[in-house]
Design a protein around this ligand. Structure first.
Ligand SMILES: C[S@@+](CC[C@H](N)C(=O)[O-])C[C@H]1O[C@@H](n2cnc3c(N)ncnc32)[C@H](O)[C@@H]1O
Length: 206
């Protein structure tokens, strides 16, 4: 009787674990999460919600970064993957998108598939603050001013000449090389900031 109870308990616990952490069989996101190093399939509450960059602004960000053959573009917090997909489609470069939200990873992978850029784009479910960015020479951001500042220790380690572009937000303490305004189709005005590594330090004003 005691044995039967133990077996029941074991079966129940296997069932509960299976429900809580279902395997990725047949899940299209599993393949992309397996690409590359670092923590895989990391889940964490996003530090900022998903708001997509309008396509005209994406185009300007990549133009301002002067993306060229051989570049590797990292989008930190990739949302639906529009920046890495555009980089691959327009410039034929390798691109990696990082996000911690499983829904965004799903959308990004669908976007990659829809645009046939799976050979160039990798989507990783990983925390941007735990990444070694040394393989990138273009980094794109659409986060928050405080998150840009938090990324500075990682961004400082980029190879000299690497470009960082940020939609809407500056990076306190780093003087941008250029700031441009872009008009979106919806009528909004968007700032895009460019820094080239090593960036010029900016005196803080109170
Ligand atoms: C404002 S959206 C920008 C999306 C995309 N880059 C674009 O410009 O359209 C910010 C994205 O960052 C992701 N995110 C927030 N915190 C993150 C973190 N610590 N690591 C990885 N991604 C994160 C969110 O899930 C969201 O998709």
């Amino acid at each position: 009787m005691r044995h039967a109870a133990r077996v029941c308990l074991l079966v129940l616990s296997v069932f509960v674990t299976w429900c809580a952490f279902p395997p990725h069989w047949g899940n299209p996101t599993a393949k992309a999460q397996d690409v590359g190093g670092g923590q895989k399939g990391e889940t964490k509450v996003p530090d900022v919600i998903f708001v997509p960059t309008p396509q005209e602004v994406v185009d300007k960000m990549l133009e301002l970064a002067e993306v060229k053959e051989g570049d590797v573009v990292y989008d930190l917090g990739c949302g639906d993957g529009r920046i890495p997909v555009t980089a691959a489609k327009k410039y034929g470069v390798k691109a990696v998108g990082f996000d911690v939200d499983p829904q965004r990873i799903k959308e990004s992978n669908a976007n990659v598939e829809k645009n046939g850029v799976g050979k160039l784009v990798t989507i990783r479910q990983e925390d941007i603050f735990k990444q070694d960015l040394s393989k990138a020479n273009v980094v794109t951001l659409y986060l928050l001013p405080s998150l840009n500042v938090k990324l500075m220790p990682q961004l400082r380690k980029l190879k000299p000449g690497s470009r960082i572009v940020s939609h809407s937000f500056d990076m306190r303490g780093a003087k941008p090389k250029q700031v441009v305004q872009v008009q979106s189709k919806e009528g909004g005005e968007h700032s895009v900031y460019l820094w080239v590594v090593p960036w010029e330090e900016e005196q803080e004003t109170q």
